[in-house]
Design a protein around this ligand. Sequence first.
Ligand code: ARG
Length: 469
Amino acid sequence: MSSQTSGSNALWGSRFDGGPSDALAALSRSVHFDWRLASYDIAGTRAHIKTLQSAGYLTVAEHEKLDRSLVELNDRVAQGSFVAKPTDEDVHSALERGLIEIAGVELGGKVRAGRSRNDQIATLIRTYLLDQATVIGNLVTELVEILVTRAEENLGVAMPGRTHFQHAQPVALSHHLLAHAWPLVRDLDRLKDWRVRASLSPYGAGALAGNTLGLDPNIVARELGLAGPTQNSIDATASRDVVAEFAFIASLIGINLSRFSEEIIIWASAEFDYIKLHDSYSTGSSIMPQKKNPDIAELARGKSGRLIGDLTGLLATLKGLPLAYNRDLQEDKEPVFDMVDTLTVLLPAFNGMVATLEFNRDRLEQLAPAGFSLATDVAEWLVKKKVSFRDAHDITGRMVSYCEQHGLELHEVPDSDMAAIAPELTPDVRDVLTVGGSIKARAGAGGTALPRVLEQIAALRKIAPKHEG
Ligand code: ARG
């Protein structure tokens, strides 16, 4: 039952009579997924040996040799000439094996002093996610910029605005597009805010209680570009709220893409015919030669479900864990790795789709007043004539009902019939019965009128580039 699967490079084992069973080794192994942290682990080790040297556990010469060996190991990992073996338990043991191959067992064996895989992994997941947050943030920033550009290209185009998915009031297409940009800007803000909490180094926390060697945790933090060390060694090794918060933001980005996707899918249908997707960002059918499918939007909608699953799986893993480190925490990585992979493959395609889709402006304009969407304008016109809104609502409702019975639009009601509905309804009400007039009138803060849209464009142009880098 028992075999030496962990091999001579296991980071533990001397107090055991034999090696772990194959079944345990297989269950325990994480190297097939945590190998992606290799360069972060090496960076952490390079920082750690500085603290060892500064505390007197490595001579200057030893430190230099180890550092050169770690640079060499990093190169080998990058080139693929050093790879993890199936017998390596995790990225940490694989890299210790690699370091010993280069620096020798005597020197390589000194590196582990004063740290545990518990503080090590808690640090790596932070440095890794900080980098990924930059990549994802840049892609989201690009999408915001694309939306702003599309809004600018389509200034003055009206479309039906909806509530409950029914025609409600006409809005500017630009205003609608920008309504998809703002939530993404808030996601960027969330990432920025999350960085403050993520940019701390658990190194020095050891297994849970700190270390006895007098190592300066500020050195590691500084070397890794983090703001400083964490404050409590138990919390530092046991908590993953920083990982969960990243997962929440990533899933929210997915949800925001999914909401827009739902519209794109509907807009591309023959019945709506609001948009035409570019050939290079749509797909065909293997059996129906006429088909042009919005697969990117569908995949975005589908993958948002997967992202939510990653988040909820992670939260469930964290629930009920006693302090401090528990092996359950190894399960924190695959969900966020999957989220990173999902968003980094999805966003470039999504951005391309949004940048290249064509709006059927004539149709949007033509449908903007449909469904009596100017009824609110009539009611508010009456209010300006000192009719109470309650009465105005009632009068306009009767006008809509008249139109439905006679198959007319609001502006087509004859003068005499208008007067019969209510004496307050004089023919000059037709002045507000245009889409252009309706949009122009909604000039209050955050409204759909052109000046308010232009203000948003200017604001977004200033905000978006700040998040890059
Ligand atoms: N693979 C482990 C993880 O991801 C690394 C820490 C292992 N620590 C331990 N005490 N076994 O959490």
